[in-house]
Write a protein that binds this ligand. Structure first.
Ligand code: SP5
Ligand code: ZN
Length: 319
């Protein structure tokens, strides 16, 4: 497995998010990525390479140009330590702009695209350690700690050469990814997430959302109770993997979130650490060229080990 990572994300340091009208400490911290890369290094999961730089047209294939410009110009206008909670181009109060937001988000998208390019050149498995995450970012809205939709940008790029399945195992529904491919039949989106009746993003992720027009039947949502345990989760994962297998894609993109862990401060099913290598192993058993893209996961004490466990399970697909 190849790991794509850059420390440019360190320039993205929001201090606050607005929650129920109050400023609370930002949960999507740079320590998240630092603990993940440290665990990957110490567990020798694979070779670590930096992303290459891709042109803006890859971002424009998913996002409105004016939206990309807004993030770039507002990031450039901010002094270090200042934080903008804009009222435009936002779907919620969890994605402020700081001086480093554009550079960090652009390099996160580059990491996803570098992973996609490696798959096109024959590499079987890539993990792109993207920060900030991306799956809540939509055509012209940031939200849920996301600015550019790393997974959708990579999937869009890959879809020029084949059929793509996207599996989303973050605790939250990936509304931005779903939206990007909702009316397309050659990109399948399958997501396991907390029931939106009780959890962010509330407005999407329901079973009834199954795609539109020729994309009808190519979006599948599995909303789950917060009480979901390892065994129940793995049972639903099998259904999701069967749907992907039926679709017979050329490439698989996985939105890998670890906020499903029972001690996560934001999300949390009842999943324990020992299930993550099993989840990795089951996904690898699809035997597809696979791009794993980092999304959420906020327990910085456990996050590094959860990711390394998951990737090790993925690497050991044949025992
Ligand atoms: C990528 C991803 O996992 N985004 C998740 C966005 C969910 N944000 C909504 C929850 C914010 C709650 N933060 C305040 C906690 C106060 N105890
Ligand atoms: Zn999440």
């Amino acid at each position: 497995m190849i790991i794509v990572y850059t420390d440019t994300h360190l320039s993205h340091q929001p201090q606050y998010e607005v929650y129920d009208g109050r400023l609370v400490a930002y949960a999507e911290t740079s320590q998240r990525a630092e603990t993940i890369i440290a665990a990957i290094r110490s567990r020798k999961v694979g070779a670590i390479i930096p992303p290459r730089r891709f042109p803006l047209r890859h971002l424009y294939a998913v996002h409105q140009k004016q939206y990309v410009d807004f993030i770039r110009l507002r990031s450039a206008a901010l002094n270090a330590g200042n934080e903008l909670h804009p009222s435009y181009f936002m779907s919620d109060t969890y994605a402020p702009i700081v001086a480093g937001t554009y550079d960090a988000s652009r390099r996160a998208a580059d990491a996803a695209l570098t992973g996609a390019e490696l798959l096109l050149r024959g590499t079987r498995h890539v993990y792109s350690l993207c920060r900030p995450p991306g799956h809540h970012a939509a055509h012209h809205t940031m939200g849920g700690y996301c600015y550019f939709n790393n997974a959708a940008i990579a999937a869009e790029y890959l879809s020029r050469t084949g059929r793509i399945a996207i599996l989303d195992i973050d605790f939250h529904h990936g509304n931005g990814v779903q939206d990007a491919f909702y009316d397309r039949s050659e990109v399948l989106y399958v997501s396991l997430h907390a029931d939106p009746v009780i959890s962010y993003p509330y407005s999407s992720g329901y079973t009834i959302e199954q795609g539109a027009h020729e994309g009808f039947g190519y979006t599948t949502n599995y909303p789950l109770s917060r009480q979901t345990n390892n065994k129940q989760y793995l049972r639903v994962l099998s259904k999701a993997l069967a749907r992907i297998s039926d679709f017979s894609p050329d490439y698989l993109v996985v939105c890998t979130g670890f906020d499903t862990f029972y001690l996560d401060p934001i999300g949390g099913f009842q999943l324990t650490a020992d299930v993550y290598p099993v989840i990795g192993n089951r996904i690898a058993s699809l035997n597809l060229p696979t791009l794993l893209i980092q999304e959420g996961g906020y327990n910085v004490t456990h996050l590094g080990n959860l990711v390394a466990d998951f990737l090790s399970g993925f690497n050991n697909k044949n025992g």
